[in-house]
Design a protein around this ligand. Structure first.
Ligand code: UDP
Length: 329
């Protein structure tokens, strides 16, 4: 299939582009390069720099490249910033995405794969999180993703577009060959920050809270390898052939891992100490978030290749060793 990957130069999008090639599809990338990196996409892949919310950019790409399906990874994703600058999040994550969907309808491109998030669940009523847990986001980031999930249901109903929305838990790790990996600016994620603390590139890691109601007092998260996530996105393609299909999947390994366990994994894999200190809780952090991905396993035959934290961290470490400061750009 000819697949437009919007946000294909970002962390998850760039890994998905490579998985698409491996699965025999033809990816085309559209990225604004606001957060994406040109170096994350092979020069052999057709690449367009531009705004997903601009029909004058998206329309011709859909036509010229004969796009069959659009995957959308191009959201802003800093929870804290979404609280202080909500309009930025509503404009990009909601308004621009609605424009993208409108352009797709106009050009009759009727299959869509959407990158959603476990942040749509807020502080979940039960754990592990199945798809039917109530979605009550506690920040604008999660709300903007939920807004699009709801818009997709209505668009599927009204116009017969088919879609799948994947709610990721903590995307982590890097490609097996270590040529692409995680490179955010600013970086806020635990694994790259712990690696940087170990190598001395950054100061001691601050562990946000050690008085949570969890076994070691630090937060539990579900770290899932970025290539495992990508493979689920491709496995769903066959299910989107039927017009009006709407599918939701929670993607995680189901294994809760504490902040201290992540630190231990980084120490084991790198052979270095991770200097760390306890700091107050970070606003908006639920004590525990982990997935029940039975639905993805059953319906998509999705099997994670990296079920535990250490091999995930090993791929992040291998990427870090050759790209300590991320991409050249
Ligand atoms: N965390 C931490 N110190 C940091 C960054 C993150 O203790 O410098 C914790 C954070 O409170 C959460 C976990 O690590 O419990 C994962 O955070 P991350 O920002 O990587 O992902 P999130 O779960 O917020 O999507």
């Amino acid at each position: 299939m000819n697949v437009l990957v919007v946000g294909g130069a970002g962390y998850i999008g760039s890994h998905c582009v490579r998985q698409l090639v491996e699965a025999g599809h033809r990816p085309v990338v559209l990225d604004s390069l606001v957060f994406g990196h040109r170096g994350a996409v092979s020069p052999e892949i057709p690449f367009y720099e531009g705004d997903l919310g601009d029909p004058a950019v998206v329309g011709p790409i859909l036509e010229d490249e004969k796009i069959d399906l659009v995957m959308h990874f191009a959201a802003f994703a800093y929870v804290g910033e979404s609280v202080t600058d909500p309009l930025k999040y509503y404009f990009n994550n909601v308004v621009a995405t609605l424009r993208l969907l409108e352009t797709m309808l106009e050009k009759k491109v009727m299959r869509f794969v959407f990158s959603s998030t476990c942040a749509t669940f807020g502080i979940p009523e039960r754990m592990p999180i199945t798809e039917d847990v109530s979605q009550l986001p506690i920040n604008p980031y999660g709300q903007t993703k939920l807004d699009i999930e709801n818009a997709l249901k209505a668009i599927a109903h009204a116009h017969g577009m088919s879609f799948a929305a994947f709610r990721y838990f903590n995307a982590a790790g890097a490609a097996e060959d270590a040529n692409i990996g995680e490179a955010h600016d600013p970086e806020t994620h635990l694994i790259p920050l712990a690696i940087d603390a170990a190598t001395g590139r950054r100061p001691a890691l601050k562990v946000f809270g050690n008085d949570y109601p969890t076994p070691d007092g630090t937060c539990l998260r579900d770290y899932v390898h970025v290539d495992d996530l990508s493979r689920a996105h491709i496995a769903v393609f066959d299910k989107l052939a039927e017009p009006g299909t709407g599918l939701f999947y929670n993607l995680g390994t189901g294994t809760p891992t504490s902040v201290l366990e992540v630190i231990q994994a980084v120490e084991k894999v790198s052979g270095m100490k991770v200097p760390h200190e306890y700091a107050p809780r970070r606003a908006g952090d639920p004590p525990a978030l982990y997935a029940d991905s039975t639905k993805a396993k059953t319906e998509l035959n999705w099997e994670v290749k990296y079920p535990t934290i250490e091999p995930i961290v090993a791929t992040a470490w291998a990427w870090h060793k050759t790209h300590a400061v991320g991409y050249d750009d």
